[in-house]
Design a protein around this ligand. Sequence first.
Ligand SMILES: [Zn+2]
Length: 234
Amino acid sequence: MSGEHRPTAQPVRFGGSRTPDGYLFELTGGHLCLDLANTLDERQAAEPRELLTDFRDLLDWGVQSGTIDAGQGRVLRALAAAHPRRAEQALRNARAVRESIYAVFSSVATRVPVPAAALSDLNGAFRQAVRHRSLASRDGAFAWTWVAGARASLDQPLWPAVWAAGELLVSGDLARVKQCEGAGCGWLFLDTSRNGSRRWCDMSVCGNRAKARRHYARSRDNGDRRKQDRPARF
Ligand SMILES: [Zn+2]
């Protein structure tokens, strides 16, 4: 087997890497709530990889995905440093909300009934988030905003993602939610291709690994067949 197609032992997701400045998230879900769901890597592998290892990861995800801006990120980072236990609680909450979102959309994507507990938990998160939804007037027009109130909330990076989950659930795009077919992956994405043919979270990661596996299986099968064929030919 040539080294060229060998699946790497440690797949590196394009854009997904830990840097000295924090984690660089791969945002390929095509929808905010699916990108949050994908903050657990190798979901269906024996040992999924947690990407929200620390509250700062949640802030980095928020800034990179646009649920908070850089200034809000700095305010929340200082707040978390001053209240480490609250930050720990907010991180646990973020992971729980993420898992509710994943359970709901993964069920939709794989055409199985949505677990009632997951929808109930998502509704709980939705009610929390909605309390901070507000209308603002800007330049003669109106816009939705998020208002943290007098006391900044460490849950703020989640609110737009939870709202987005609700919007996606009631939209016609729900039928486009798919689960990556990559072995062990399980990431979710919105398939916006015209013919609905997208199969991978990222062609450069899961697509290539599947191609490598097919290549390996083919060369192995061919090798086996040659061995089996040989006695018959002689
Ligand atoms: Zn994948």
